[in-house]
Design a protein around this ligand. Sequence first.
Ligand SMILES: Cc1cc2nc3c(=O)[nH]c(=O)nc-3n(C[C@H](O)[C@H](O)[C@H](O)COP(=O)(O)OP(=O)(O)OC[C@H]3O[C@@H](n4cnc5c(N)ncnc54)[C@H](O)[C@@H]3O)c2cc1C
Length: 399
Amino acid sequence: MSKNKIIVIGGGYAGLRTIEKLAKNPKNEITLLDKNPYHFMQTEVYDLIASEEDFAQVTVDLYTFCTGFNDNVSFYKQDVTSIDFSNKKVITSINRFKYDYLVLAVGSRTKFMSNVIGLREHAYGIKALHRAMYFKQKFEMSLFRRVDESGTSCHALNIIIAGGGLSGVEIAAQMASFSLEFYSHNHFICRKLNIVIINSGDHILKGIDEKLVQKSNKRLKDLEIVIKNNRKVVEVTKNSVKLSCGEVMHMDFIIFAGGVEPNHLIYDLNIEKNERGYVVSNKYLEIPNQKNAFVIGDCTSIYNEANEAIAPTADTAEQMAELCAKNINNLINNKPLEVHKIKSRGVLIALGRSYAVSKIFNMYFSGYIAYIMKKAVERLYAKKLDNRSRIGSNKIFNN
Ligand SMILES: Cc1cc2nc3c(=O)[nH]c(=O)nc-3n(C[C@H](O)[C@H](O)[C@H](O)COP(=O)(O)OP(=O)(O)OC[C@H]3O[C@@H](n4cnc5c(N)ncnc54)[C@H](O)[C@@H]3O)c2cc1C
């Protein structure tokens, strides 16, 4: 029986959902390549930083996960450096892998703008697990130092978040509510915490429903978070940030959540990209002019029927994955390909402990109920992956 050799590059939200779907066909022989040995649940970073979850709860071991299928999925921890589309080969620093069908799902990375002096050296990113971990430890140590100073001196802890998008807002709110609880527990006296969001637009959460923006603004105000709109960070030193308006702010640390870009692999590939460097797929999610090759998730830009860009989220990444798997099976079975109809199914914004705002199927929710909805979505996602990993783990340890 001849097998369909399918390579998936990237074990993120898009890659794993594609594998789940494709692995159902025993004729499909799937290889997952990822530079990391784990899947990182970025949507739960805010809980990691506030110590509500540890790093084991926001990661999934890719080897165990892939072993959980019926022997038709393998995993290799390898950094893909190039793709030879004409000879259908994926090249890593160690190997060359031949494919019949390819899925490119390498996500995006924090864009540390080179024109912002000192940004890369002094700012923390949150898209990569190791960076989020460094930051979490720094945050906890800073809180502890304030407790240690209690009774002698009490310096305020100044945190700057550059970027008023979804990730910046969620992290600001979570840190603020975590530290409020941290300090009020045991009644610590030294509890001065200043969190400032620097946002380049005239309001936070650009592209998100107006009512959700209003609710989020109110919640951030209640948490005493300061928002400075229409300003950019232009220079960062160890202890200060200079803004485009000339203001210089003292800070203990800065998180940069102000932009993302395609990663090095996408930059190096000679395929069609838009002005921001993202791969532009056709309406079937194929890479234009490359046979049997698809691109999905954050490394691509897709547009709706009105030619508006669809915001990259885990939700849209998973929808793309499902269609991509379907279209690969259609190619295998000589069936016509399906056109994408991807759209956001809802927005859930975590705004501190036990509080969220959301819009699901045109209905608004806020407070604890929205928080429970967000948690339910996250738990359901993690549970599905965990079930697969448990099968894998049993196979590995009982063999
Ligand atoms: C703080 C934060 C909060 C968020 N909150 C939400 C939310 O609430 N809801 C929501 O829907 N979305 C949210 N998002 C967005 C969501 O996380 C992304 O849209 C999603 O991760 C995209 O999935 P992906 O599979 O395209 O990429 P990723 O999940 O980034 O996965 C890409 C994978 O490719 C691998 N890779 C990269 N380069 C290579 C290479 N050269 N070789 C091999 N492997 C490679 C990486 O290691 C990674 O495993 C949030 C993001 C952040 C940062």
